[in-house]
Design a protein around this ligand. Sequence first.
Ligand code: GAL
Length: 436
Amino acid sequence: MHHALHSPRRSASVVLALVLAATVAAALAVGASARASRSNHRSKSRSHSVQKVVHGAGGLSITSQPWGTVPAHPPLNQALPASLYTLSNAHQMTVKITNYGGVVQSIWVPDRRGHVKDVALGFPDLQGYVTDFTNPPAGGSGDTYFGAIIGRYANRIANGKFALDAVYTLPQNNGPNTLHGGPDAYNTQVWNATPSAGPHSVSLKLTYTDPDGYNGFPGQVSNVVTYTLTQDNALHIDYSATTTKSTVINLTNHTYFNLAGEGSGDVFGQLLQINADSFTPTNANLIPTGQIVPVAGTPFDFRTLKPIGRDIHSAGAPEGNQLVLAHGFDHNWVLNGSGMKLAAVAEDPSSGRVLSTYTTEPGVQFYSGNFLVGDLVGPSGNTYRQSDGFTLETQHYPDSPNESTFPTTRLDPGQTFTSSTIYKFATAGGGHGHGH
Ligand code: GAL
């Protein structure tokens, strides 16, 4: 390899690839011996694509690599470099996360035969996210929010208005509504990132301070979001936030799952169970009417596992025209129970991959990828069309600031908002129950 690096016959790109390979190989050996660490140092001086590695016990690791530059945009108006972090455990699970929007770029998990695939929709590079999140082409899928941290207020606020002690007016970026915190919200910010390794897990801690008054929200909000990969193939997401003035807060993650692999087609045959006896129907702008309606006897009944596609084309009674208004499922389910509890189980019968979602949040927005129209290309090289993925956005109910009967999303100075969600992967083999 050393010889190849100095061969004048090699093209620049081959040399670059070899330098990268040498760098990665050297970086992977960090901590193994003093000699390995010296060779890593030498590699660093040759290449900008340095991987930094933090090793945990028992095959756990987290590495980082430069991932391009995010163009200047509000509220900082400063171009900033982004990184891609790779979290791996000893059980074939790898999660890649960028500090651009805290986006979960990919989730690699095994099927029942040990074949690993990426089950999260996304883009192969930073530019894909920047374009989609800040300047999506007209007539396409629009802003998908693929994999991102969503805040300060996930989901919709009707007419971009809410009252606390005063009335606040927000930018309307979704018809008359404010969606996912407004333009240039949490999903577009470059978060400060700190990787770490513990005995049973590796973590990436992300922080972002949202300025007082930005996008119309009162109070400066300090956010901490920590992603943790554990040895039992779970991705934990822990959120906390404090504010300098009374405000509203609703944080979630916007990963789209396809348990057969991103870019493998629609999810209609994948099974879903949602631990909810009721849901919040909406008006034509996808704003809750305020009612909490039992799912029994409606297409919204996911109390036992059923294929996502079984009832998705239903147009009428008894639930009204809910699936017409939303072009599929795009609703908040009112979760049963309190504290950390099971929210949903999804299963791909063909691969056996199972995703169990747990959360401390009172609701989950199950969105069946209704607005994907085939213009976006994932890392697989395939396009994403309608229902090629689904989200399980754990959160408070949409438009809670304007619905006094919904659990409150108010955060006051001196309080700390906390929330936790776990996406845990396993496999089910031929009807023999779940395990991995
Ligand atoms: C979801 C939302 C959908 C759609 C999507 C992004 O969270 O409920 O209506 O806006 O994000 O395309």
